[in-house]
Design a protein around this ligand. Structure first.
Ligand code: NAP
Length: 283
């Protein structure tokens, strides 16, 4: 029987520490602020943005919301980002992805000042993560590392398998596990005989986005299983992992909901705090 990794508990722990530091900064006259840009009407994005706003309010971060219409052009969006880049009172800038198809996503990411890039998607920050000299880490993989650490799950020397190679989850996840001296394999849709690879994992991270994708026959007994997937099945939120069957043989497992999800927002708050400290030369 698996031990459940409680993302709500770990995120509360992280947020409490961030809140304390934010109030300390406030007492020094430093107000921490995060600008969140949402373009269009994507319902999932609207929920994420609302949750980010709520977390900011909880922790004492000033949240600035920019809700732009679907027909916003790349140029208009770049104009707003330029203003926010130059606005001293704005510490972090986040542009909620995905953007409408007519907007060039990479150009938008590239336009955010790397020092305010609290998602850590800018190529400069991605490069710095690669060489292990970073200010910010992408929120979801960083949240997973925080959960492993909270539960004293060591990575060094372990076989780590990450399913998925997206720029926002899979690739940085593999890199962070490598930085912690894991032996890392990254799988994707062209990987041959996936179950044979995943069965070697002491730590298995699934970031695929398909319900019921990871079944018990793909998991080694005693493995730590981290489920990043956020899928809807019959209107219900679920991960990539067949929880009921995998839970019986894994040592630790994250549930969906209540696992990785809450960590992502907590780490965004942490990154915003880090940005504010760096911009005010507080180390
Ligand atoms: P993505 O960009 O769609 O990437 C999915 C990855 O899965 C790709 O690398 C793809 O391989 C791989 N894949 C697809 N089918 C596969 C198969 N049959 N076998 C092996 N690999 C396969 O998705 P993402 O943005 O990384 O997100 C992944 C999931 O995590 C989604 O459900 C998303 O909603 C969720 N998510 C959750 C959080 C959170 O806070 N909990 C945050 C971010 C994302 P190819 O590269 O070969 O196409």
């Amino acid at each position: 029987m698996s031990k459940i990794i409680n993302g709500k508990e770990v995120s509360a722990f992280v947020k409490e520490k961030v809140k304390t530091e934010i109030s300390l900064l406030k007492s020094k006259g430093i107000d921490v602020s995060l600008a969140v840009i949402l373009v269009g009407e994507n319902p999932a994005s609207k929920i994420y943005v609302a949750n980010k706003k709520k977390a900011c309010e909880e922790l004492g971060i000033t949240s600035l919301e920019y809700l732009l219409p679907e027909e916003t052009t790349t140029e208009e969006l770049l104009g707003l980002i330029d203003t926010l880049n130059n606005e001293k009172t704005v510490n972090g800038i986040l542009c909620q992805l995905p953007l409408p198809k007519h907007i060039d996503e990479q150009t938008v990411i590239n336009s955010i000042n790397p020092k305010k890039d609290v998602d850590a998607f800018h190529p400069e920050n991605v490069g710095r993560i690669m060489i292990g000299d970073f200010d910010f880490l992408p929120c979801t993989p960083a949240g997973i590392m925080e959960m492993l650490s909270y539960y004293n799950i060591g990575v060094e020397g372990k076989n780590c398998v990450v399913i998925g190679r997206s720029n926002i989850v899979g690739k940085p996840m593999s890199m962070l596990l490598l930085h912690k001296n894991g032996t890392v394999t990254t799988c994707h849709s062209k990987t041959k005989d996936l179950p044979n690879v995943t069965k070697t994992a002491d730590i298995l991270v699934s970031a695929v986005g398909k319900a019921n994708f990871v079944t018990a026959d793909m998991v080694k007994e005693g493995a730590v299983v981290i489920d990043v997937g956020m899928n809807r099945e019959n209107g219900k939120l679920c991960g990539d992992v067949c929880f009921d069957e995998v839970e019986k043989l894994s040592s630790y497992i994250t549930p969906v909901p209540g696992g990785v999800g809450p960590m992502t927002i907590a780490m965004l708050m942490k990154n915003t705090l880090t940005a504010a400290k760096k911009q005010n030369n507080i180390f």
